[in-house]
Design a protein around this ligand. Structure first.
Ligand SMILES: CC(=O)SCCNC(=O)CCNC(=O)[C@H](O)C(C)(C)COP(=O)(O)OP(=O)(O)OC[C@H]1O[C@@H](n2cnc3c(N)ncnc32)[C@H](O)[C@@H]1OP(=O)(O)O
Length: 214
């Protein structure tokens, strides 16, 4: 089995570890998070602050892979940039109950949660989260650091640009797009393109008038 280090130790990380334990491709050997002040080895696993990634690369070399298990798209991107690890060192994690169609492209660092469906010819770039029971239909493109929340549904040919967050149970009709770092609110139905950095809510989805910074 390949060795896997999970980066981030919050709620999302718990679910990511469950995916690792449910599969038989990776062995979870440790967790890095800046809530740990120092590197500690215990019960054949270790924990430590994020900067100790260099120590792990030195010790395990080509055998070790990583996943950034942090739910915030912006923080996931910031940590990836801080670490500067080659993409090939990031695992793709797919829960055994997820369904992945033919010609689907899942790029490194992406996780696919229990019950999710990614249909034929969809392309999911690096460090995306396809959360529990989400559906990505045929020919969709999700750029890096996208989060598709639990129960969200993308119809065919939808494009979700970098860093966008699609809320719980939201839906997007065929061929629409969500702009870079946009947010689609929980339960929204997107029938027109969402501009970059916009938060859209409702049925049909429209931009919120007052936007807090996320
Ligand atoms: C495993 C996991 O947990 S994954 C987590 C996935 N997370 C999600 O799906 C969360 C998605 N987030 C949302 O839907 C949020 O409500 C957001 C981002 C759309 C808005 O958040 P905020 O900016 O904090 O908005 P806030 O809560 O202040 O609400 C502002 C107004 O919008 C309304 N509103 C907020 N969200 C929604 C929504 N999804 N649909 C309809 N109306 C909404 C509120 O009722 C409020 O209306 P009012 O001014 O008339 O009282």
């Amino acid at each position: 089995m390949k060795k896997l280090v999970v980066i981030g130790d919050g709620g999302h990380s718990k679910v990511v570890r469950d995916i690792v334990l449910a599969g038989n491709e990776y062995e979870w050997i440790g967790t890095l998070d800046d809530k740990y002040a120092s590197f500690i080895e215990k019960d054949e696993r270790f924990s430590g602050p994020i900067h100790t990634v260099d120590r792990i690369l030195e010790r395990f070399g080509s055998q070790v892979y990583f996943v950034i298990a942090i739910g915030s798209n912006r923080i996931r991107k910031a940590v990836a940039e801080q670490l500067g690890i080659y993409d090939v060192k990031y695992a793709v994690l797919v829960h055994p109950s997820a369904i992945i169609g033919s010609n689907v492209n899942l790029l490194p660092g992406t996780v696919v949660m229990p019950g999710a469906i990614v249909n034929s010819s969809a392309s999911i770039h690096t460090h995306c989260i396809i959360n529990t029971n989400a559906v990505v239909e045929h020919d969709c493109i999700l750029y890096s650091y996208v989060h598709l929340s639990p129960g969200a549904i993308l119809a065919g040919n939808v494009t979700v640009l970098e860093g966008a967050s699609i809320g719980i149970g939201a839906k997007m009709i065929p061929s629409v797009s969500a702009g870079e770092w946009s947010t689609v609110g929980a339960g929204a139905v997107v029938i027109r393109d969402i501009p970059p950095c916009c938060t859209a809510i409702g049925v049909p989805a429209s931009p919120m008038k007052h936007i807090k910074s996320l």
